[in-house]
Design a protein around this ligand. Structure first.
Ligand code: SF4
Length: 382
């Protein structure tokens, strides 16, 4: 269901459902290894652009602010101006100590919404919910602080937000709560491997297509073992991933590096080496992947994403898991710490959580026949 948004932002103070780590989130500022101020294409609405241009503050700072934001050709009221990055891709207002010159000089109130709230993503349509994006390294550090399943609690929060023009009816809101609760139960059943739980999730989503009251405990949880050829699977994966070439800079860098790992090498042996090394270095990776996926699904309102069929959202989830594992396993080959793993995953999520990546991925999964249950199970398995 598409939810229409109004153009103006209003104060929303309410009780939000938030993941357990949310209360502990504090930006790392100058200690951040991969700051969100670097390399991100940030746009701001027209009213914020004129607010910034009308600021009265220190002449030197004002000049810098004016040069930082530039109107976009054929912009819209919502996407009116963009940040003009420095030659090394940084925001010109990002200081060497990691703090923001605009924030420091003029206060939090004048920060563009995206800078003010990132990595927080508040939602007020189906439910009042807020969480932090996996693209921020601090979010992943908090997620990986313990091995417990991600839980949710409530917290009073205040946001300036665009209110939806039309809200879903009560029936859809109840459905949203019910289905998402069941999905998190499926994905956290650690009696099964994570890829098996993802297969179970596919069966659950299929079951509710015909019976909205279908229950997880009534599903067929049997898992068929498929003989898989690493070489065959990687040929399909590489063909699919080639479609991302040059599309998303940060993801393309990671995909190139992962593929280079196999250059002129035996694919099967190299895969096994990378997998064994990854299993040893990041022993708890099943748990970390589980927590990242659930946090991302919560953030995106899965499976109620706007203009995105449920079956396609599911395919995107499967593909995301496969790609994340592939990138992590291969890029961790010469790295040894959890911080390295966090840097790799948060970089991937700068694309996964903040672009049309999942819609594109769902389309590609279909093009390469990965929507077929057996093919999907094969690629998820390794
Ligand atoms: S990525 Fe996260 S921790 Fe780093 S500067 Fe941005 S908000 Fe702060």
């Amino acid at each position: 269901m598409a939810i229409k948004q109004a153009l103006t932002k209003e104060k929303v103070r309410a009780i939000f459902v938030v993941p357990d780590y949310y209360k502990n989130f504090v930006c790392k500022g100058g200690d951040c290894r991969d700051s969100c101020c670097v390399g991100w294409k940030v746009t701001i609405p027209m009213n914020q652009y004129f607010l910034l241009h009308g600021l009265s503050c220190n002449k030197k700072v004002k000049e810098k602010i004016d040069r930082t934001f530039r109107p976009i050709l054929q912009g819209t009221p919502e996407r009116y101006a963009e940040i003009v990055h420095t030659m090394d891709g940084d925001c010109p207002l990002h200081k060497k100590d990691g703090y923001c010159l605009l924030h420091e000089t003029c206060g939090e109130e004048v920060l563009p919404w995206v800078c003010r709230y990132y990595p927080r993503g508040p939602r007020i349509d189906y439910a009042h919910e807020a969480s932090c994006a996996n693209s921020c390294e601090k979010t992943l550090e908090l997620l990986f602080e313990n091995e417990d399943k991600l839980t949710f609690e409530t917290k009073e929060l205040l946001f300036m937000m665009t209110k939806p023009v039309k809200l879903p009816d009560e029936e859809h809101k109840i459905l949203y709560q019910k289905i998402r609760k069941e999905i998190f139960v499926v994905l956290t059943n650690r009696n099964y491997l994570l890829h098996e739980r993802i297969i179970h999730l596919g069966r659950y989503l299929k079951a509710i297509e015909t019976n909205i009251d279908a229950k997880y405990e009534d599903l067929d949880l049997s898992i068929e073992r498929h003989d898989t050829s690493v070489n065959e699977n990687y040929q399909i994966l590489w063909e699919l991933l080639d479609n991302f070439e040059g599309r998303y800079k940060r993801l393309s860098e990671q995909l190139d590096e992962a593929k280079r790992h196999y250059l002129l090498k035996d694919v099967d042996a190299t895969y096994k080496q990378a997998r064994d090394k990854f299993d040893k270095t990041i022993e708890k990776h099943e748990i970390w992947f589980e927590k990242m996926l659930i946090n991302d699904l919560f953030f995106k309102q899965f499976p109620f994403q706007t203009n995105f069929q449920v079956s396609d959202q599911y395919l995107a989830l499967c593909g995301t898991y496969v790609i994340l594992r592939y990138i992590s396993m291969n890029l961790m080959f010469d790295k040894y710490t959890l911080a390295d793993f966090i840097d790799i995953a948060s970089k991937s999520f700068t694309v996964i959580s903040h672009s049309e990546f999942d819609k594109l991925l769902a389309g590609l999964m279909k093009r390469y026949n990965l929507n077929d249950a057996d093919n999907l199970a094969k690629i998820l398995q390794f």
